[in-house]
Design a protein around this ligand. Structure first.
Ligand code: BTX
Length: 325
């Protein structure tokens, strides 16, 4: 009911009387008044006048389904579940995926208490200044072909940031979103699969949106950056998330159609890894070489100094730029 009232107020765009709202929704005027007060508690600015009724003024920047706009019929984000606080959106997404939630379900949280990076690392996400979310996918693909989904997700993110904010980011293979050599965001892809069959994939994405430098933990202050720090002003998390989900729908369809080359070309445009010297640490071995390109399955092709060309899969190794990013 609360959200129906909000919809009416937003559509009206001028004063509408409590009586008209109550008639439209077939509820009492007291109920309308109660729900309007709840919307105000949620952060909505709604003006009221004893003679004219209610008027919608401003929405809070909360990335939930009320404020994220995506095209009609889009599957990614058709169901958006928003939490004030959660352990990790990836954990919750995996739980509901196991319970059978729909392809494209999105889990967003204002704060994560145990946000995770790759290989057991922590992801600082204890503040609603970031965009922390996970997308559940049910691709009809073989497990070994999934790597390109992470690259597709980073394309969706960097293109959305460029389109909505005019900021051009870099991507460090496979999934670090970089600005000025500092980390703006990252992607943690997890899956449940059996031989030859994928049950689900969860793509977890974290983007630093509105933090000031001192809001980052001391240990990561030298290497973290936010969109606000770049732009010099607060950015709308709900706008950006809507744009990422819309881009992801498009790029994910490309994955299903086997348009890997097109996706990798788009990814390469933003790459800060290709052409650079990299150090690969893998099973107590270290190789140094030049990152040459990304294969159609998403693996990084490195021409190593020992004369061997190696194809590297995410999750197996760490790639570090020797001379920064
Ligand atoms: P990663 O393993 O590449 O990066 C983790 C490393 O990045 C940490 O060890 C730390 O040095 C640094 N770091 C931690 N927090 C931040 C931050 N806020 N900004 C910049 N650098 C940081 C990258 O892993 C993948 C991160 C995915 C996060 C999303 S959020 C939604 C979803 N839920 C969840 O638990 N994880 C994902």
């Amino acid at each position: 009911m609360k959200n129906q009232i909000l919809k009416i107020l937003k559509e009206e765009d001028k004063y509408i009387s409590g009586e008209d709202i109550s008639k439209a929704l077939n509820v009492s005027r007291t109920a309308v008044w109660k729900h309007i007060n709840e919307l105000r508690k949620d952060g909505y600015t709604i003006e009221s006048s004893s003679k004219k009724g209610y008027r919608f003024l401003e929405a809070p920047d909360i990335p939930d389904k009320r404020e994220i706009s995506i095209p009609q019929g889009q599957m990614i984000g058709a169901d958006i579940q928003h939490f004030d606080e959660i352990d990790s959106t990836n954990n919750y997404a995996k739980k509901i995926a196991n319970e059978g939630c729909a392809h494209g379900t999105v889990v967003v949280a204002e704060k994560q208490t145990t946000g995770r990076g790759r290989i057991g690392r922590q992801w600082q996400s204890d503040t609603s200044e970031g965009i922390w979310f996970s997308i559940v996918l049910r691709p009809e693909m073989k497990p070994e072909d999934l790597q390109v989904i992470t690259l597709a997700a980073s394309v969706a993110v960097v293109e959305a940031i460029e389109e909505t904010l005019g900021i051009v980011c870099g991507i460090k293979w496979p999934n670090d979103i970089i600005i000025d050599g500092k980390k703006l965001g990252g992607i943690l892809t997890e899956l449940s699969a059996e031989p030859g069959h994928v049950n689900y994939v969860v793509v977890g994405i974290g983007i630093n949106a509105n933090q000031d430098l001192e809001h980052f933990d001391y240990e990561i202050r030298q290497k973290a950056i936010s969109l606000k720090m770049c732009k010099g002003e607060t950015v709308s998390r709900s706008n950006l998330l809507g744009s990422i989900l819309t881009n992801f729908e498009e790029v994910y369809k490309g994955v299903l159609l086997g348009k890997n080359k097109e996706i990798i070309d788009r990814w390469t445009k933003y790459s800060v890894t290709i052409g650079k010297e990299v150090k690969i640490a893998y099973r107590n071995m270290e190789y140094i070489g030049t990152a040459q390109s990304v294969a159609s399955d998403g693996r990084l092709i490195v021409q190593c100094k020992d004369g061997v060309t190696r194809e590297i899969s995410a999750g197996e190794i760490q790639v570090r730029g020797l001379l920064g990013y």
